[in-house]
Ligand binder design. Structure first.
Ligand code: DHB
Ligand code: FE
Length: 433
């Protein structure tokens, strides 16, 4: 079930999508480097030498050397990026655009002055055999035997002190033993049920994203994510291997499903992502599977609602359902929470009744849970309890939300405290697993 890309057939046009972006990643980043005067100077002084500093393929390098923008476009370049090359050579946008048409500069200018290129004959709809695309509704049922199987969901708090307890060998201390006892079953189960890839939903804690940019939903489409230094030095845990092909597929499907994501190829990952990995996999030399990070903004209001997160989960499952690549065992993890407040005179707030009601509804009635407003999370579970919206993404993607059977509750754990936080942990499996 290939993704719908009707724009690929528009005559004389290359649409820059995630696939092209991946192909042209270094070419476009090379173009961006030309925004600095000192780089433009070095490039113009010895173009070949400057290009050789970048991991470009031969066709990309030759395209730049020839100022052949069509060739650069075919190799994944995007015109807004490529324009930095033209600008460096003193070319106007009209000269750049004209250079791709086969017309002389004068003929192109005259065409524009004469009203521009007429659309008749150069549209998709003017091509032989064209039929208008069907406007479908988002799928509400799952494809049987889809190669990417969402087997289980894992939900857990991601308190930084849990990571420190592991990193500094304190797991046997009575305070921490009580926390880690809740993960013994899961670690054992995980060793038998290691997925190929985890879509790991978490919230960045002013680590990869600061006040200069506040993206609501960030999907990691990169190949590799270094462990962040959050101020204490990086945790001594492995860096994270991504899954660019699957992430680009998910991005394409989810955005075409009217869900706007921010796509990030390079970012560091903080405790929100690494502590859950440590909890479930223990101390390892390398994480045993690939990870697609999905970061939700809960730092600066407005943050997405539980309903929006649930709907994003559904869109992600529709994307998995359309994957036609290698067979994959996929888990989706929801992390953060449960109740905690890290700020102000109300710091230390814990609401065990509310947390357990949340767990009950997450298991049995996630749609009912989506009716809970933001105010409830913050008022009842503390200002940082809002992290729990992350969990609804993993839950919205499960089989029963597409007419399948209810998930099996494999494991449930609740404990107060770890640092300032109530620790909640659930493992739910789809019945197909
Ligand atoms: C704590 C919990 C968190 O989820 C977090 O992001 C930072 C700190 C805590 O309990 O100390
Ligand atoms: Fe947190």
């Amino acid at each position: 079930m290939a993704l719908d890309k009707p724009y690929k057939d528009i005559p004389g046009t290359i649409i820059f999508d995630a696939e092209q972006a991946r192909k042209g990643y270094h070419l476009n980043q090379f173009c961006m480097s030309l925004m600095k005067p000192e780089n433009r100077e070095r490039y113009l002084a010895d173009r070949r030498a400057y290009l050789d500093e970048w991991p470009l393929n031969d066709a990309q390098k030759q395209g730049v050397l020839d100022l052949d923008l069509n060739a650069c476009m075919r190799e994944g370049g995007n015109i807004y990026f490529l324009a930095k090359i033209g600008a460096t050579h003193g070319l106007s946008f009209q000269q750049m655009a004209g250079s791709m048409t086969g017309l002389s500069e004068a003929a192109y200018r005259d065409m524009m002055v004469g009203g521009g290129r007429r659309p008749e004959g150069v549209r998709l709809k003017d091509q032989d055999g064209w039929t208008p695309p069907e406007v479908g509704q988002p799928a509400q049922a799952l494809r049987p035997d889809a190669p990417a199987r969402y087997t289980s969901a894992v939900f857990t708090s991601h308190v930084p002190a849990i990571g420190s307890a592991m990193d500094f060998g304190k797991t046997e201390e009575p305070y921490w033993k009580k926390v880690f006892s809740g993960y013994e079953w899961s670690r054992q189960w995980m060793s038998q049920n290691t997925p190929d890839v985890i879509i790991l939903v978490y919230n960045d804690h002013a680590t990869a994203f600061d006040s200069s940019i506040i993206p609501t939903f960030v999907l990691g489409t990169g190949a590799y994510y270094p462990v962040a230094d959050e101020g204490y030095g990086p945790r001594p845990v492995p860096d994270v291997e991504g899954f660019p092909e699957l992430a680009a597929h998910i991005a394409q499907s989810v955005i075409m499903d009217d869900f706007d994501l921010t796509l990030v190829n390079e970012m560091v990952v903080d405790h929100g992502l690494t502590v859950p990995l440590s909890l479930l996999f223990g101390d390892v030399e390398a994480w045993p599977c690939r990870v697609i990070p999905l970061a939700v903004n809960v730092v600066q209001y407005p943050v997405p609602s539980g309903r929006r997160c649930y709907e994003l989960g559904k869109a992600i499952r529709r994307a998995l359902d359309k994957w036609d690549g290698e067979p994959l065992d996929v888990q989706i993890w929801g992390t953060g929470g449960m109740s905690h407040q890290l700020q102000g005179p109300r710091a230390g707030l814990i609401n065990a009744e509310w947390d357990n009601a949340y767990l009950d509804l997450l298991i049995a009635d996630p749609v009912g849970l989506t009716a809970w407003p933001h105010l409830d999370y913050v008022d009842e579970a503390g200002s940082e309890g809002i992290e729990l919206v992350d969990w609804l993404i993993a839950r919205g993607a499960m089989d029963d939300q597409f007419g399948g059977g209810s998930p099996e509750v494999r494991h449930r754990f609740y404990h107060v405290p770890a640092s300032n936080t109530a620790v909640g942990h659930l493992v739910l499996s789809n019945p197909s697993d």
